[in-house]
Ligand binder design. Structure first.
Ligand code: 7RM
Length: 632
């Protein structure tokens, strides 16, 4: 038995048992279902202490042959992509697998024509247009390493990512539509490139038809380039362990780091987890609402669904435009059967009222998914009742940029579900809970730090340009373990419930930010001396950003000062990281050694003013009363 497809609770139990007793045999059997140019020599080499992790070493392949070419015979005329524009009145686009293959090959030829080669890093900064997915696959086709940067990041963030990766090209659009707004894209790239020296080429997709500045010798229009190329583009042969992409993600310290995923293992795991978690059938229409700029968009839009030969919807816009019924209208319009979104979206639509759901039948829906943050019970029940009409299983999928694919989740309609519980480890996944001292807790009905004790095929391999940082961040806290940074509970039946980050990372609407990252952004505002940022519970976003700010002079016009702080954050990171609350304080609670006691600030932000704990070790305990008094 290969357990290629889990259909029953027993299959799940058997597959998980097999994956633990014989991980190499288990994953080799999955890997054999793909097209390889040369089969691998060794299924797995691993050492978490270095870390050195290799899956399918010696194997040769190109992931796009598996996403596209191998489907042509049987699924050439099947829809691969249904693209729904921001404005419902604009025509939608449908691409069959044959058409997507054709578009990817042509785009890949444009990349080659512009001097981009295997191993080059390519930054992709584009709104959710079909060309974004095509560009990503085109990079993979020629072996260029894509680094997608979400369009909500600022020019500064884009420049930092381009420089860290040494990108030679940027793929972008002229501008973008987002709800009622039109926003610039190319001019943001231009601003970023003032700080970059490695970029030789910018390839611009036309979307909003704005006049943009084109730098001669550097910038070209995609539509003009496409007239110069053909549709034949043989796939570059890649090593299983060659990098496929870099995706930057925030941690508790310093600048965001470039998580590196490689070709072979990532392919095997995203396909396997996609098909099994969502129980995908040939006739399904999958709709993931994530942006391709996040890992969810990489694993469960660009790669997982195309590897599986599935049909998917890609949506350019926002959930509330032209009204909060937009997702449900799309579900009915395209007959969506599997819908995958984030708790923050569910909560915000829930807050808009049921009247925006009632006009739609939603009868095509079969499976619902959640990702990005813990889903609270109220949102879970609303999703179950009003969207799933009580009949659709909900999969609460826990995973991370670093894990490449879903690690803990129930399997739709196969394993049981319990509100707010991600539930069970997928086959191949061996979670453990540790005490703060690093001791494994083996019982049930416990809480601890969530770690993995064995590698799975899509675990990150390194952080770009800084392997030591990868080791430090994920593999050094507890010897022989991958540490996720999350805390979790395990119930009596062995289901996991993720509690949230135990480090200085804030999860705002499913997006990760390091407190240090936001603080340095705030500190660039004129007149700011220092700041401390903590997360606090937010009804819609999950966590909100609460900033305590010390200024040079007493603040005369708080609104004006807040405005300039927000401006600084928007400029350094992007509009997605705006603080929700900014409190001006005369000092921060620090220990005698100068360390900020975030625990106290967190309690204040959470409004637990009577639970501050011991403050006697503070340098100046009096600041605490002032901070409590000024709580927003
Ligand atoms: C896929 C993604 C990862 C962090 C992770 C958690 C949190 C993600 C869930 C969740 C509770 C979930 N990647 N997280 N999924 N918490 N339940 N189902 O979001 O790298 O951007 O974020 O998100 O804290 O560590 S990510």
């Amino acid at each position: 038995m290969t357990f290629d497809r889990i259909r029953t609770q027993q299959d799940y139990t058997d597959a998980h048992a097999k994956s633990v007793s014989d991980p190499e045999g288990f994953w080799a059997a999955q890997a054999e279902t793909f097209t390889w140019r040369k089969t691998w020599d060794t299924t797995l080499v691993w050492d978490f202490e270095k870390p050195d992790i290799q899956w399918f070493a010696g194997g040769k392949l190109n992931i796009t042959e598996n996403c596209l070419d191998r489907h042509l015979e049987k699924r050439g005329n099947k829809l691969a992509l249904i693209w729904e524009p921001n404005d419902p009145k604009e025509r939608f686009v449908r691409l069959t697998y044959r058409e997507l293959h054709d578009r990817v090959c042509r785009y890949a030829n444009v990349l080659k024509r512009n001097g981009i080669k295997k191993g080059d890093r390519v930054a992709v900064y584009m709104p959710m247009v079909p060309e974004l997915m095509i560009a990503v696959l085109a990079c993979a086709r020629i072996g260029a390493i894509h680094s997608v940067v979400f369009c909500g990041f600022s020019a500064q963030s884009l420049a930092d990512r381009i420089n860290d990766a040494g990108a030679v090209a940027v793929l972008c659009s002229d501008g973008m539509f987002r709800g009622a707004k039109e926003m610039p894209v190319k001019s943001v790239v231009d601003e970023a490139l003032e700080q970059c020296t490695t970029v030789r080429r910018v390839i611009v997709t036309e979307r909003v038809r704005w006049a943009v500045n084109m730098v001669a010798g550097r910038d070209v229009w995609l539509h003009e380039e496409l007239t110069q190329v053909g549709a034949d583009c043989p796939a570059e042969v890649m090593d299983a362990e060659d990098p496929l992409f870099i995706l930057y993600t925030s941690g508790s310290t310093g600048k965001p780091k470039g998580v590196v995923h490689t070709c072979g293992g990532y392919m095997v795991y995203t396909d396997y987890s996609f098909r099994n978690v969502f129980q995908v059938e040939e006739s399904d229409v999958f709709f993931c609402t994530a942006d391709l700029g996040w890992i969810t968009g990489h694993s469960y839009m660009a790669y997982g669904p195309t590897l599986a030969g599935a049909t998917q919807v890609m949506f350019e816009g926002v959930p509330t435009f032209p009204d909060p019924g937009r997702f449900w209208q799309i579900v009915d319009k395209h007959g969506v059967t599997i819908f995958y979104t984030a708790p923050t979206a569910i909560r915000s639509l829930m807050a808009c009222g049921i009247d925006h759901v009632l006009p739609y039948s939603l009868h095509s829906l079969r499976v619902l998914g959640s990702v990005g943050e813990p889903i609270n019970e109220e949102a879970w029940h609303w999703y179950k009742t009003h969207i799933g009409k009580g009949k659709c299983p909900i999969v609460d999928t826990w995973w991370q940029t670093e894990t490449g694919g879903i690690l803990i989740s129930s399997i739709a309609g196969v394993t049981d579900e319990k509100p707010s519980h991600a539930a069970y480890p997928l086959p191949g996944i061996q979670p453990v809970l540790l005490t703060a001292e690093g001791k494994e807790i083996t019982e049930n009905e416990v809480e601890g730090l969530l770690c993995m004790k064995f590698p799975w095929p899509s675990i990150l391999r390194t952080t770009w340009g800084d392997h030591e940082r990868c080791r430090q961040t994920y593999f050094s806290s507890y010897t022989g373990m991958y540490f996720s940074g999350d805390g979790a509970k395990r119930d009596a039946e062995g289901r996991y419930r993720i509690i949230g980050r135990v480090d200085d990372v804030i999860n705002v609407s499913g997006h990760r930010f390091g407190t240090a990252e936001i603080e340095s952004a705030i500190n660039t505002a004129k007149g700011v001396v220092e700041s401390a940022v903590v997360g606090y519970p937010h009804d819609i976003k999950g966590q909100g950003i609460y900033a305590f700010v010390v200024t040079e002079k007493p603040v005369e016009d708080p609104e004006d000062m807040r405005g300039s702080i927000i401006e600084s954050v928007v400029a350094s990171i992007g509009r997605i990281a705006k603080p929700d609350k900014i409190q001006f304080v005369s000092g921060l609670p620090k220990t005698r050694s100068g360390k900020i006691m975030r625990r106290i600030l967190r309690k204040v932000a959470e409004n637990e003013l009577n639970a501050l704990g011991d403050t006697s070790t503070l340098l100046d305990p009096a600041v605490v009363d002032e901070i409590k008094g000024g709580k927003l």
